[in-house]
Design a binder for this molecule. Structure first.
Ligand code: FE2
Ligand code: FE2
Length: 456
């Protein structure tokens, strides 16, 4: 990864330019319902957007969708697009011009699309009609909200997929699956704001009162996301701590995770499977966490039959631990399966279940190759490390019997291109950050509105 690809930069630039063209077109075509109240909403949008919530994989969002949606219903797409563009200008003032431009483009396109769907389904704007019977426009209201969310999240998912060189669908599922229900739950809130706004005697000042529950919702949202992130960090810390004092395995899981993620990416695993792969790599040897482990593996000579028994049990014990980690959202079962299968061999001579070929999940076959490659190339006290070239030759020798030949060849190709280098591996950034480098960049480019949490 590292440098952004040409297609990523062109996409960012293209979206920005198209967005600005559409904005000019919206402003010329009209109607543009401009009033000082629009300024009030702009201030509200910036205020709400100042503290975005982090989503998985580094994207961020805000509760601003409620404000955006209210603006759309009150002022129509032209004004809300301008509010989006201006608030992004303020909120992303320290970001690069390309990020700013992209976000402005995506927000304009999303609002233009949402406005078009809303109108097509019979929706009207408060400033255009004076008073709108929202109760008779359910379809338009739902359509407009869904169109906005879909467009905005899709445009961002494409950028993230281009950066991380993954599929758009997978990236979307990973980044926005969590956000979708919460995000759409903000729409009724926006509708309520629009209704209050058009009620005689209430108007724009009453809308200001909505800030209180909006801020509350934002903190609840953040709490949920932080818990998720905390779990990820806990597993990371746990696997590092287990290896920190053991010279035989120091950094083992860290490196295995890097190699396996590089393999998974190259083999175009969908993002949710990459997520499972990452958890499984971090946890794969957690079953070794027992008092007598070190004495068994450091003992000179061959292990006794009883000791072999213990060694062969570590995938089973590891998978039991992983299974209990219910915080791994929707993935605990799959992670456990892969941990269990990481010492299986293609010819059925592995352990603990003697599974064969395709019976072994692809993620486990990838993990198996990454695990062996790391073990062979690591500089450890008890054995002379091999060069990457030698390790790959050894893997090739065992391909078909022990290892998946396709995975081995993918590793060889990555190594030839200089994308997998055992020596340099630890000098790079931590694996989690490495795998997410793209999105951490995106997190700032998209700072306030990743999930289309517009209005800032
Ligand atoms: Fe293992
Ligand atoms: Fe291992």
């Amino acid at each position: 990864m590292g440098k952004p690809s040409k297609s990523f930069s062109s996409y960012m630039l293209g979206t920005g330019i198209v967005g600005w063209v559409v904005l000019v077109w919206l402003s010329v075509k009209g109607p543009v319902y401009l009033s000082w109240e629009a300024g009030f909403f702009l201030a509200l949008a910036v205020l709400v957007g100042l503290h975005p919530v982090k989503l998985p994989r580094g994207a961020t969002t805000t509760v601003g969708f409620a404000v955006d949606y209210a603006c759309l219903l009150i002022f129509g797409p032209a004004v809300v697009a301008w509010i989006g563009v201006i608030s992004f200008g303020v909120l992303l003032r320290r970001s690069s011009w390309l990020r700013k431009l992209f976000n402005q483009g995506q927000v304009v396109l999303s609002f233009a699309g949402a406005g078009w769907v809303y109108r097509a389904l019979g929706g009207e704007y408060v400033e255009g009609s004076g008073w709108v019977a929202f109760r008779e426009m359910e379809l338009a209201l739902v359509g407009g909200g869904v169109a906005y969310f879909c467009l905005s999240s899709l445009l961002i998912a494409i950028a993230m997929a281009l950066w991380e060189r993954r599929s758009v669908g997978g990236m979307w599922v990973l980044s926005f699956r969590w956000a979708a229900p919460r995000f759409l739950a903000l729409a009724p809130f926006g509708l309520l704001m629009a209704m209050v706004y058009q009620t005689p005697g209430l108007g724009v000042w009453a809308v200001g009162l909505f800030l209180v529950p909006l801020v509350g919702a934002r903190f609840a949202f953040q709490g949920a996301m932080e818990t998720l992130e905390l779990h990820r960090e806990t597993v990371h810390a746990l696997s590092n701590a287990l290896e920190a004092y053991d010279p035989y395995t120091r950094n083992h899981s860290e490196l295995v995770t890097r190699y396996a993620l590089a393999l998974g990416r190259e083999m175009e695993l969908a993002a949710p499977r990459m997520e499972v792969l990452e958890w499984a790599c971090r946890l794969h040897d957690i079953g070794k966490c027992r008092q007598d482990w070190e004495s068994i593996i450091t003992k000179p000579g061959r292990p006794s039959e009883k000791e072999w028994e213990v060694i062969r049990r570590h995938p089973v014990e590891g998978s039991r631990l992983a299974e209990k980690m219910e915080f791994l959202p929707h993935t605990a079962g799959k992670v456990a399966q892969i941990v269990r299968a990481h010492h299986e061999r293609l010819d059925g001579s592995g352990y603990p279940d003697s599974r064969r070929g395709e019976e072994i999940p692809l993620e486990a076959r990838i993990l198996g190759v990454a695990d062996a490659f790391e073990a062979m190339t690591a500089r450890r006290a008890y054995h002379q490390s091999r060069s990457a070239q030698e390790a790959i030759e050894e893997l090739r020798r065992c391909a078909g019997e022990q290892f998946d030949a396709k995975v081995v060849e993918t590793l060889a190709a990555l190594w030839e291109r200089g994308e997998v280098e055992p020596e340099a591996a630890l000098e790079q950034q931590p694996a989690a950050a490495g795998a997410l480098a793209g999105s951490s960049v995106l997190s700032s480019y998209a700072a306030q509105r990743e999930a289309g949490g517009g209005g800032g």
